[in-house]
Design a protein around this ligand. Structure first.
Ligand code: PFF
Length: 514
């Protein structure tokens, strides 16, 4: 065994366990409502072009990078980055902190909505006016993100339940908690999704929905926003820039096929989105058919797609309505939980690496703080804040994380060295990462990401996001990013608990694979 492996580092029980956990992280709420709506909004089938370009140019190269780095450095992102260059440790904190306290806080609330709707499906208690039910009866939504109003008890209770489940799973070591949970959740998630697709496409009118989903509007490709949206979606869907994949790969055994795992995770995730789109659009086509309206009139964005449009479609189904509802919201719930736990693991591993704290204590504190932080999203203004925070984190924090990773690995560590590590770890496998990957990580991927980031910034300065008041954007978007940066830097100043873990990596160790 290499002398750089901490003796007590846990590994996954099996390769398939790792793959299921990684797919569990990637396949989330983003694959179902986020992907479907984006595809529709940004040119139907034509959106698939920038989407696959983003997958090839940034997605797959960065999954290989994150897996390779975590596997080589045996730590979460702060440890991995600081072993390459200690003064870049702050960036390793930036990723899990911005994701944990940006994305996970609202994500857990949205999983809470799914849970509520799962129970409501039993008697279709949302009634015939699903829009009024969601916005007024459930959320009591306010008119502005600055008008918070009180916490909504039903949403807060569901959110507490979500954090409790995450806590139970993450409390145990990764091979007993996350690995076991994903071995059950992911097959179930795939089976339920296939049932929904099979059911959906046989409904009357489904064909029109699928046509709206897939028929390309090539003109849209001239709009740069479509490209920025595609890159943002690839980052979100592959859980890139969160520090998750680095952490998960750090639990892999020394001999492992990183390349095929990276390809499998990326393609399974994208294929899942594509297939789930059929379930979403066939049902929307059915609803448009039932109401005699064009698809454009019935489709809505973001959470509304799942919590307004879908329940209404379920109301109109000819039979087994409750079962359909239960299947759909279970899919969202399972997808959400398997992603949420991956982020808690990434952050808790980062803290354990640095301070040597006990897993159980760290996870308990994170889940408690996480729940308390989520409460802001359960207020009457919560849904507006979700929209702003989601926009800022996906368009800026994740993309920035990706650029920094490319710089650290491509230029400071040298891409070639990490590629050699990945190829060494694969032993005699014929599949090897080729030098094209170095070119991607050093030039192509960062260049594409910088262009996307600048373009988003220019757009932002021209028109504030979704016409929200500038104060709200600064308060919940920009301030959020600045606070995360300050916290990341503060963490960096604390000394490492274990010098052995933190000591500088010796390149010759790359040959010490078992
Ligand atoms: N890949 C996830 C998705 O598409 O929904 C993104 C994600 C969100 C991962 C929240 C982890 C998380 F906690």
């Amino acid at each position: 065994m290499s002398n750089k492996i901490p003796q007590n580092r846990i590994t996954w029980n099996s390769q398939i366990g790792f793959l299921l956990a990684a797919v569990g992280s990637a396949v989330g709420l983003g694959n179902i409502w986020r992907f479907s709506y984006m595809t529709f909004k940004f040119g139907g089938g034509a959106f698939l072009v920038p989407y696959f370009v983003a997958l090839i140019v940034a997605g797959i190269p960065l999954v290989i990078l994150e897996y390779g780095l975590g596997h080589r450095e045996l730590g979460a992102s702060p440890l991995s980055f600081s072993r390459v260059r200690p003064n870049w440790e702050w960036a390793g904190w930036w990723m899990p902190i911005s994701a944990m306290f940006g994305i996970m806080l609202y994500y857990s609330v949205v999983i809470g909505y799914c849970l509520i709707y799962l129970f409501l499906s039993i008697n279709l208690t949302w009634g015939s006016d699903t829009q009024t039910f969601f916005f007024d009866s459930l959320l009591h939504i306010s008119d502005s993100p600055l008008n918070l109003g009180g916490i909504q008890l039903s949403v807060a209770s569901a959110t507490l339940f979500v954090w409790t489940i995450c806590w139970i799973i993450c409390y145990k070591e990764v091979n007993r908690g996350i690995e076991r949970a994903c071995k059950i959740f992911i097959p179930l998630l795939f089976i339920l999704t296939l049932i929904l697709v099979g059911w959906g496409i046989t409904l009357p009118g489904a064909f029109h929905g699928i046509k709206a989903y897939l028929i390309p509007d090539w003109g849209k490709l001239r709009d740069f926003q479509v490209w920025t949206a595609a890159f943002g979606q690839i980052f979100f869907t592959l859980s890139l820039g969160f520090g998750i994949m680095i952490t998960y790969a750090s639990y892999l055994p020394r001999r492992t096929n990183i390349y095929s795992n990276a390809l499998l995770t990326s393609w399974i995730d994208c294929l899942f989105s594509f297939i789930a789109g059929f379930a979403v659009f066939s049902v929307i086509g059915f609803m448009a058919f039932e109401k005699g309206l064009p698809i454009t009139e019935v489709i809505k964005g973001g959470p509304q797609l799942a919590f307004v449009v879908y329940p209404e479609a379920i109301n109109n189904l000819p039979f087994l309505r409750s079962i359909f509802g239960i299947c759909f919201f279970s899919v969202l719930f399972l997808a959400g939980i398997s992603s949420g736990i991956s982020l808690i693991e990434a952050f808790s591993c980062a803290l354990r690496d640095k301070f040597g704290w006990d897993r159980k204590k760290v996870v308990s504190v994170i889940c408690l703080l996480g729940f308390l932080g989520s409460l802001i999203f359960t207020t009457r203004g919560g849904l507006h804040i979700i929209d702003i925070v989601d926009h800022f984190i996906t368009h800026y924090a994740l993309i920035l994380g990706g650029i920094i990773e490319c710089y650290i690995v491509g230029w400071l560590l040298k891409a070639k060295l990490l590629r050699k590590h990945v190829n060494n770890a694969m032993g005699s496998s014929k599949l090897k990462v080729k030098p094209w990957w170095d070119v991607c990580i050093r030039y192509i991927t960062p260049a594409a990401l910088i262009i996307i980031l600048l373009q988003s910034l220019i757009q932002e300065l021209k028109t504030p996001y979704e016409g929200y008041p500038l104060e709200a954007i600064i308060l919940f978007g920009v301030d959020w990013l600045i606070i995360v940066l300050i916290v990341s830097v503060v963490f960096t100043f604390y000394p490492w608990k274990s010098e052995l873990l933190h000591r500088k990596h010796l390149p010759e160790e790359d040959h010490l694979l078992v």
